[in-house]
Design a binder for this molecule. Structure first.
Ligand SMILES: Nc1ncnc2c1ncn2[C@@H]1O[C@H](COP(=O)(O)OP(=O)(O)OP(=O)(O)O)[C@@H](O)[C@H]1O
Length: 279
């Protein structure tokens, strides 16, 4: 395996043990967002409890992805983008002056709609790619242990343990998405953001990724954007329903425990949306 370029030492993980779980509560407070002078989110506040799954639902264009990207400082990558409000990770604002963007990205990982492994890089190196980008140093044994741990947590180890040197591009779409989850886990984030992670996958792969989410939910805080109401009902503890009516910026109409959002929502627009009457 290729050795990684290095400046920092990876914290050792005791043999046979998972790293201690850390909190990972995420709180958005009065978050507004703009592209140029167009406001797309208006004072959105949402508590995303530690080690629970929060689903963001709502029709196309209501600002779910923008909100998700604000949660790990990706929104600011767009030249015309700006924002207001605060995002607290375990009480500390990730936008505080002096807090590095790399810190937020490391603590709050992202899995995208389309699986994006490095296609020519081996599965082993794909898992470690985030460490390499972060300049993390690790010995061979540590790396082997981390690769196994992350692929196991992502529900992929048994399928790929005998072909870790094969390229990432040689996997099925669903396996590639679980490889991306393993890659995101390797830097030991407190939070995992998922932007429609199953929309490019077939039903079997979708089910497998959902199982992975279920297995991770007690270890990592997960925030998932999904258009699939059945998926939101299956995987999440709580849901937030976003809506942008008649050209107004997106807001959260209602949020709460998933069972209540689907069973007895308090706003008729939520009931209409979760029952497929619009969007
Ligand atoms: N890079 C961008 N530049 C300008 N406007 C953008 C950009 N990205 C998104 N928008 C606009 O911001 C609004 C919110 O978009 P966003 O992608 O967050 O919505 P969404 O709810 O995630 O939609 P979808 O479900 O279709 O992915 C939309 O009106 C969209 O056109």
């Amino acid at each position: 395996m290729t050795d990684l370029a290095d400046t920092v030492t990876l914290p050792p993980v005791p043999a046979g043990k998972r790293p201690a779980t850390r909190a990972g509560a995420l709180d958005a407070e009065a978050v507004s967002a703009w592209f140029g002078d167009r406001k797309v989110l208006d004072r959105v506040s949402l508590a995303m409890p530690a080690r629970e799954v929060t689903a963001l639902i709502g029709p196309s264009g209501c600002g779910k992805s923008t909100f998700l990207r604000i949660l790990n400082r990706m929104h600011e990558l767009v030249g015309s983008a700006s924002l207001a409000g605060r995002v607290l990770l375990d009480g500390a604002d990730i936008y505080d002056r002096g807090r590095r963007i790399t810190h937020a990205r490391r603590e709050i990982g992202m899995v995208f709609q389309k699986p994006n492994p490095f296609p020519a890089m081996s599965l082993y190196e794909n898992v470690l790619a985030g460490l390499r980008l972060g300049g993390v140093r690790a010995g061979r044994d540590e790396k082997d242990a981390l690769v196994e741990e992350c692929l196991t947590r992502a529900g992929l180890w048994n399928e790929v343990r005998d072909r870790l040197r094969q390229p990432g591009g040689a996997l099925s779409g669903g396996q590639q998405q679980r490889l991306c989850i393993a890659r995101a886990l390797a830097v030991r984030p407190r939070v995992l953001l998922m932007d429609e992670p199953c929309s490019a996958l077939d039903p079997t792969s979708t089910r497998r990724v959902e199982e992975t989410i279920a297995e991770l939910r007690s270890e990592v805080t997960i925030v998932i954007v999904t258009h699939n109401m059945q998926q939101a009902a299956r995987v999440s503890d709580s849901c937030a329903f976003f809506l942008a009516e008649q050209g107004t910026p997106g807001v959260i109409v209602e949020h709460g425990p998933t069972e209540r959002m689907f069973g007895s929502p308090s706003d008729p627009r939520t009931a209409d949306y979760v029952n497929g009457r619009f969007g």
